[in-house]
Design a protein around this ligand. Structure first.
Ligand SMILES: [Ca+2]
Ligand SMILES: [Ca+2]
Ligand SMILES: [Ca+2]
Length: 734
């Protein structure tokens, strides 16, 4: 058997971006030596700085560890994926905050709740762990009792950065000789003033919210003296609850001390004219990735596994192995064939990092022809390492199995060039299928999972009973490389998001993910109707972390409806997202929430509809005009401009768009006139069976698709029985 695999189209066009990221990692290593010197010098500066302070050990408790709470998608995004971290293998790894070369501990966090109630008067200085509060003002800086809960973390006190605050008069200094992300939980001291700029050195973190405290964050660099000054930029009072600094700004996938020394910009360059792949890449509406069906008659050697297979089996059909044993024995070009039935498993099926097929001889795992195979992990304990299948290998093709009720992810894919086809991920205790690195020691972007294809899979009812905030249907997040593709997948009734491409500064931008022909609906509630309060509930969540780790993902011919929050959201991905031929209908918060796509995003042939539903937010694209240097572009799209009147605007010619712009002509909701409304699929266990063609491709029965007779027939997502085959990935078998 000879199998040839080729990646083309969108994947190939993103190479330049990928190379740019790799190069950044190398440059940083080069600068490491130089930085050691800088750090030594800085240590002396910091000692001098600390010299004038009284010792106040005990004033502060140990570093606040309330970091990494649930993300808020309004002003700032913190990692939704893991609240606290104990396991280095976990998907939300512990932020690496290495000690500096000279043993000087960089500032990490200050929780005002841990401070004594007092007013720090003129010229008084307090210090611990490189924090200085300096108040030459007569008013002083008071710590007062006042509770607030932000991102699931409760604070009991706040520090009043007084109304006289001017640059470097009333100010909090934190020692930071490096670049990193500063996060400050704050609120304006005047509940009707929302224009109070919180500054950190010369960087504006944002305006302190008028009423409800929230976190602001930005990439900030310590100044030449090795500190960051936090102050009110325009004099109005701001109350602070929490300050955290994560050294190592978003830049590449590599972690560790070399990143801190980078003199590079804190994020991948935002010159998206070069980063953004062309959207006009030949994809057609309804296009799909097609690979040949697995022909077991051509598989080199078969190893059988069975629900009651034995570790002592020989892999024959008569004397089958258990699954773990079969996975170890299968050869390149061969297959693990699973006899039908329910496999009761209490531990992870691990396909090790050195257990690989090859480009010309994949390893397969698939049911015996016609058999139903369920891997049932109901007896597996809940725990962040307890995945159902851990795919650390590469060049595997897994077909047609259901992964049920694993203690964490149904499957985590950490290898490369794998194909996961026609699998179901049901009721797992974290994301159904997640693509991310296997361990935090895998620090180079180039080593992260890449070029995996998830094809015609369905994920539903995933729910993490412990936190209720991490279980997405599908995720390619935190630490994944380039070229991962989801094609023809359906994600519904998961407690968190349908798809998640969250990234965070500690690990930097992830690679470009392509979503094609996918459907996300009714996420936020499971099929039983259970609603998990911490779920983010978006259909397609396309990034994270407040512009700190942008990636120009590509989303084509996808549909979102009736999700508990946004249908499609940039979630703070400041990169040039390409969103084409997508339909979004009656999602609770908004259909298209792209107000942070600041840098040249392309939005084309989109359809937004609300029908008789109410919706909280209008559609937004492209950031505020005052903040944008490279505008987003929209064309041939219908978007919601007035949520009360239920009116939309149709833009035909390609136009620049900013948050709040109403451009084009006013049109009414297509829902009643131009699309096949009908009923959405029932929220039950049978969506996969009902919404697919025989070949596994998506068929929504025309639901929400613009009719051929419509003036807008070419807009939005379309599925159906006709395949427009554009082969992104061709598997040829001889
Ligand atoms: Ca977990
Ligand atoms: Ca979440
Ligand atoms: Ca999520």
């Amino acid at each position: 058997m000879n199998i040839f695999l080729s990646l083309r189209d969108t994947l190939g066009e993103k190479m330049a971006w990928c190379q740019k990221i790799s190069k950044r990692g190398k440059d940083m290593k080069k600068s490491l030596k130089m930085c050691a010197g800088v750090l030594s010098a800085l240590f002396l500066v910091m000692v001098a700085f600390a010299g004038c302070s009284s010792s106040v050990d005990g004033l502060f408790a140990a570093d606040a560890t309330g970091e990494d709470p649930k993300n808020s998608e309004q002003t700032v995004t913190t990692d939704p994926t893991q609240p606290t971290v104990v396991n280095p293998n976990e998907d939300g790894e512990l932020e690496d905050i290495p000690d500096s070369v000279d043993g000087l501990k960089p500032f990490t966090a200050l929780n005002i709740s841990d401070m004594s109630n007092k007013t720090y008067t003129a010229d008084e200085v307090e210090a611990k762990d490189n924090v200085k509060i300096v108040s030459p003002s007569e008013k002083g800086v008071a710590v007062e009792k006042k509770s607030a809960t932000v991102d699931k973390t409760k604070y009991t006190k706040r520090l009043k950065l007084g109304g006289a605050g001017k640059e470097r008069s009333v100010v909090i200094y934190v020692g930071a000789n490096v670049e990193g992300v500063l996060r400050v939980v704050c609120v304006s001291s005047n509940s009707s003033a929302s224009d109070r700029a919180l500054m950190a050195n010369d960087v504006k973190l944002g305006n302190a919210p008028a009423k409800n405290p929230a976190a602001l964050s930005a990439s900030v660099k310590g100044d030449e003296n090795g500190y960051i000054a936090i102050y009110s930029g325009n004099g109005g009072g701001i109350n602070l609850y929490y300050i955290a600094f994560t050294s190592g700004a978003a830049s590449s996938g590599s972690e560790g001390v070399e990143k801190q020394c980078s003199s590079e910009a804190s994020t991948p360059a935002l010159d998206n004219s070069t980063l953004r792949p062309s959207y006009d890449n030949g994809l057609k509406v309804g296009s799909r990735t097609k690979i040949n069906e697995i022909d077991t008659s051509k598989i080199a050697k078969v190893v059988y596994a069975a629900p009651d297979g034995k570790t002592t089996g020989d892999g024959s059909r008569e004397n089958p192995l258990d699954l773990a044993g079969a996975v170890l024995q299968v050869e390149q070009g061969g297959a693990v064939v699973l006899l039908g039935g329910k496999y009761s498993l209490s531990s992870t099926v691990k396909i090790a990092v050195d257990n690989n097929g090859s480009p010309s001889a994949y390893k397969y795992m698939l049911p015996e022809s016609g058999a139903a195979v369920v891997l049932d992990f109901s007896t597996q304990e809940i725990g962040d390492s307890n995945r159902g299948i851990q795919m650390d290998g590469s060049y595997w093709h897994i077909y047609g199995i259901t992964v049920y009720n694993a203690g964490d992810n149904g499957m985590i894919v950490t290898g490369k060039h794998n194909i996961i086809e026609r699998c179901l991920f049901q009721a797992n205790q974290d994301t159904g299928l997640q693509i991310a690195r296997r361990a935090s020691s895998v620090s180079n972007f180039d080593e992260w999972p890449s070029d995996n294809l998830i094809l015609n899979c369905t994920s539903f009812d995933n729910k993490d009973d412990k936190t209720g905030e991490n279980a997405d249907g599908f995720a390619s997040k935190l630490t994944c490389g380039n070229g991962n593709v989801f094609d023809g997948c359906i994600s519904y009734a998961n407690c968190d998001d349908g798809w998640d491409m969250y990234a965070k500064p500690a690990t930097g931008s992830i690679g470009i993910v392509t979503l094609k022909n996918c459907v996300a609906f009714s996420n936020g509630k499971t099929t039983s109707g259970a609603n998990y309060a911490n779920g983010d509930m978006n259909g397609f969540k396309l990034g994270g972390s407040n512009n700190a780790c942008p990636t120009p993902h590509v989303v084509t011919n996808c549909m979102a409806f009736l999700n508990g929050k946004d249908g499609f959201t940039d979630n703070g991905n400041g990169g040039a997202l390409d969103v084409l031929n997508c339909t979004s209908y009656a999602n609770v918060n908004s259909n298209f929430n792209f107000y942070r796509t600041l840098a040249g995003g392309v939005f084309k042939k989109l359809v937004s509809m609300i029908g008789s539903a109410s919706i909280t937010q209008i559609d937004k694209f492209g950031g505020k005009a005052s903040e944008v240097t490279v505008a987003a572009k929209i064309s041939d799209s219908i978007y919601l401009t007035d949520k009360k009147k239920g009116t939309f605007n149709y833009v035909f010619a390609e136009s620049e768009i900013h948050n709040g712009d109403k451009i084009g002509e006013t049109v009414s909701d297509l829902y009643k006139t131009d699309v096949n409304a009908g009923n959405p699929p029932a929220i039950d266990l049978l969506v996969d069976a009902k919404c697919r063609n025989a070949d596994g491709t998506v068929n929504m029965g025309g639901y929400l698709e613009t009719k051929d007779s419509s003036k807008y027939a070419s807009l939005g997502a379309h599925f159906g029985s006709e395949a427009y085959e554009v082969l992104d990935l061709t598997l040829q078998m001889n």
